[in-house]
Design a protein around this ligand. Sequence first.
Ligand SMILES: Nc1ncnc2c1ncn2[C@@H]1O[C@H](COP(=O)(O)OP(=O)(O)OP(=O)(O)O)[C@@H](O)[C@H]1O
Ligand SMILES: [Mg+2]
Length: 143
Amino acid sequence: MFKNIVVGYDDSKSSEKALERAVGIAKSCGAKLHIVGVIRPIDFGYIGYITPEEIEEYEKEEITKEERFLKKAMEKVTKEGLEATYKVLEGDPAEELMSYADENNCDLIVVGRRGSGGLKRLLMGSTSSTIVKYANQDVLVVV
Ligand SMILES: Nc1ncnc2c1ncn2[C@@H]1O[C@H](COP(=O)(O)OP(=O)(O)OP(=O)(O)O)[C@@H](O)[C@H]1O
Ligand SMILES: [Mg+2]
């Protein structure tokens, strides 16, 4: 069955559920779990108003924050005896998750139905709906 499962993790309740489900599937297939968090690059509107050093500082801070909660997720997962890895990427979440899946031989992408942004009334967020449409792998949207 699945050998490499990538889960999109944005620290939302929904992605927490996605992670739990991914853990269950990874266990039952003996798959490796890839926990991926994507941060957005700084808004271009700021460029020109702040120095390159400040941009670098901002990105470092974002990466550190992201790594902190990905590591926490990793701890939980490895406690379950699973083989896992984590990665912080920068860019558009859907694009980055799909490229990661392509480049790392992943055969399943797991995401939550909604994430940390978005409107509650929307049924599905833009990250999960883009992935459902365009991914080259099987996709599981956890509700
Ligand atoms: N930055 C991210 N890094 C990793 N995974 C993400 C990220 N953003 C979203 N995801 C994954 O996609 C799922 C759905 O989130 P999505 O972004 O589509 O919804 P939303 O935030 O509610 O809406 P939108 O972003 O369209 O305003 C999340 O549960 C998570 O699994
Ligand atoms: Mg989102």
